[in-house]
Design a protein. Structure first.
Length: 128
């Protein structure tokens, strides 16, 4: 099994992991701040901030370089993308701009995850 320590620093492998993990952290921060402080649906409403809990649960596995966490994130990030699209088209004001940012971060995470998983599976095949 290939771990992150065996990958040369600065390679596309490492850059894609940094994009995926960094984008996930940014999505979590965006989701919490959006729904609690910046533009909550209703004043005092924080329950929608719970939408980031699944991503937060996957984050330690992604940092550790676990393939399964990246695979789950590839599916989960599509939900954040869908939410961003819906809220970009239906909301107004700062909420619409935050939704557009959510779409951009989701695309960064998705591409980073796909590239990392692809490289990881290739390295596993070569190691066998």
């Amino acid at each position: 099994m290939v771990t992150n320590e065996q990958a040369p620093a600065g390679t596309a492998w490492e850059l894609s992991r940094i994009a995926a993990v960094g984008g996930t952290i940014a999505l979590i921060i965006l989701g919490v701040s959006w729904e609690t402080v910046v533009a909550p649906l209703r004043p005092g409403s924080w329950q929608l901030a719970l939408k980031v809990v699944p991503a937060a649960l996957l984050l330690p596995g992604m940092i550790a370089g676990r393939l399964r966490s990246f695979q789950w994130m590839s599916m989960l990030v599509l939900l954040y993308t869908c939410e961003g699209i819906v809220r970009t088209l239906s909301d107004s004001g700062p909420s619409s701009r935050l939704a557009a940012l959510e779409i951009a971060l989701s695309v960064i995470v998705y591409v980073g995850v796909l590239l990392w998983v692809r490289a990881r599976l290739r390295r596993n095949r070569k190691a066998q």
